[in-house]
Write a protein that binds this ligand. Structure first.
Ligand SMILES: *Cc1c(COP(=O)(O)O)cnc(C)c1O
Length: 458
């Protein structure tokens, strides 16, 4: 890299716009940040020890973020519980850190339920949500005392059958979907409030005589930029809860408002820096807790449950990737092939990532394209990003990638790489080992008649 300053660079002319406003909220599009360390550890040292690409989590950032969110709510309302949304990131070490901080497990499938159980989480510290709860999982969850939020009518029937089996009434929650002013309205989960479907479900539960409603759940969407939407959600949920109470005498023990807070990532189509756009967590806590106090009857403080995923973990995760090749496209655009693409960064379909240089690079920035390693046209990490001329082997650090990537990453074309955690004291711990062929083929069976020795030479 020391010879980079002598390599040929295409001359370019750029108009000076000094003194003009730009739509990038102050950050010049012609500079690229350098991030040569992550949580105090040099990017080069990380790559030397664990290879590239590499996912890196900062334990300090994660704990700090979780504590500040918890604090924002705990100072405004007396009974708050956080449920960790496993699907956002279910690496064991990440879940364990959040459980250590006091989060319970929020689960949406048999697999996640089994994962939390294997990690040692007790049923009373689990919430089971989601549209697909196999009968045997429901049975086990009831036995373990898990909080179950019912998604649909068939689940009511399943739970009634289980109540009959065990000869006991089962306490349940029901999931509502409602119009909080957020489009699209996620009407596919739970029972719709405004149409009367939710109250019909309550009647149905009452007439069965085997279940008892003790809580309400709803999750209005993800990346919700409007704190006031949660205030509308809380108001509607509480009003519905009191309608149930006055009809059947069941008092709400908990109100679970789901997740959906934004992280500091930029959604495609937004120009400003995330710091400028994203409301602070205190704005959400204010809107939510004010709505609780304004609508609850005096002396009634049901447990407030939050299931924030993205906002908790996104900033703690980074991905180091390396330039494998540099190209010029026929229209003269500069392009790079990286060793990480949409296989590892599933969220690149809707995020503009914060991408920094892993080392200083000299030269003027030029709009460039970043491709991943897939032999697939859609494998693009950044369609147009200002970068100085990179060389093969240069590192980039992609930030705010802790949410949804290590669960949605693909076992497709490439092996999935190492994941490390940087501890609060700056040590590096391997929390998921890079895959090899054995991981991919463990479940495959090759019928003996197809063994290569029996095939004709091709
Ligand atoms: C996915 C999910 C969450 C977490 O959502 P975020 O947008 O990541 O905060 C919470 N609750 C339920 C039921 C979910 O499905």
């Amino acid at each position: 890299m020391s010879t980079a300053q002598y390599t040929y660079e295409k001359p370019m002319i750029r108009r000076l716009n000094s003194g003009l406003m730009n739509k990038f909220a102050g950050a010049s599009p012609n500079q690229r940040k350098v991030k040569s360390e992550i949580a105090g550890v040099a990017v080069e040292d990380l790559v030397a020890a664990y290879g590239s690409p590499l996912f890196v989590y900062s334990e300090k950032t994660l704990r700090r973020k979780f504590r500040s969110m918890k604090q924002a709510f705990a100072t405004r309302y007396p009974d708050v519980t956080f449920g960790w949304s496993y699907k956002t990131n279910y690496l064991k070490a990440i879940c364990a850190i959040l459980h250590q901080e006091g989060a319970i497990a929020e689960l949406v499938s048999k697999m996640e339920y089994e994962k939390a159980k294997a990690l040692g989480i007790e049923g009373k510290n689990m919430i089971l949500n989601g549209p697909h709860k196999p009968f045997a999982t429901l049975e086990a969850a009831v036995r373990d005392g898990v909080t179950i939020n019912i998604d649909h009518l068939d689940e009511i029937e399943d739970l009634e059958a289980i109540a009959t089996q065990i000869g006991q009434t089962i306490a349940v929650g029901i999931r509502l979907n409602l119009d909080a002013g957020i489009q699209p309205c996620w009407s596919r989960f739970g029972f719709n409030l405004e149409s009367g479907q939710a109250m019909e479900a309550v009647h149905r539960i009452v007439s069965g005589g085997k279940l008892q409603i003790k809580g309400l759940h709803s999750h209005i969407g993800t990346f919700i930029m409007e704190p006031e939407a949660y205030a509308r959600q809380v108001e509607k949920m509480i009003e519905f809860g009191y309608a149930i109470e006055s009809a059947y005498g069941w008092r709400m023990e908990y109100i679970d408002i789901g997740g959906g807070f934004p992280s500091r990532s930029r959604l495609k189509g937004t120009y400003h820096a995330a710091e400028v756009l994203t409301p602070a967590i205190d704005d959400y806590a204010d809107a939510i807790c004010d709505a609780m106090w304004a609508n609850l009857k005096s002396g009634h403080t049901p447990k407030l449950i939050l299931e924030s995923g993205r906002a908790v973990i996104d900033e703690a995760g980074s991905l180091i990737t390396s330039v494998c090749s540099t190209k010029r496209l026929p229209d003269s655009t500069r392009a790079y092939v990286l060793d990480a693409g949409v296989n590892l960064l599933f969220t690149s379909f809707w995020y503009n990532f914060d991408i920094s240089l892993g080392q200083p690079v000299n030269g003027e920035c030029e709009q460039s394209v970043l491709y991943g390693p897939m032999c697939m046209n859609i494998d693009v990490i950044a369609e147009s990003i200002a970068l100085p001329a990179l060389s093969r082997g240069d590192r980039l650090v992609v930030s705010t990638v802790g949410a949804y990537n290590n669960t949605q990453w693909l076992q497709f074309i490439e092996y999935r790489p190492n994941v490390v955690l940087i501890t609060e004291s700056g040590d590096v711990e391997l929390i998921r080992e890079a895959e090899d062929l054995g991981d991919l083929e463990r479940r495959e069976r090759l019928p003996a008649r197809l063994a290569i020795a029996h095939l004709e030479k091709v």
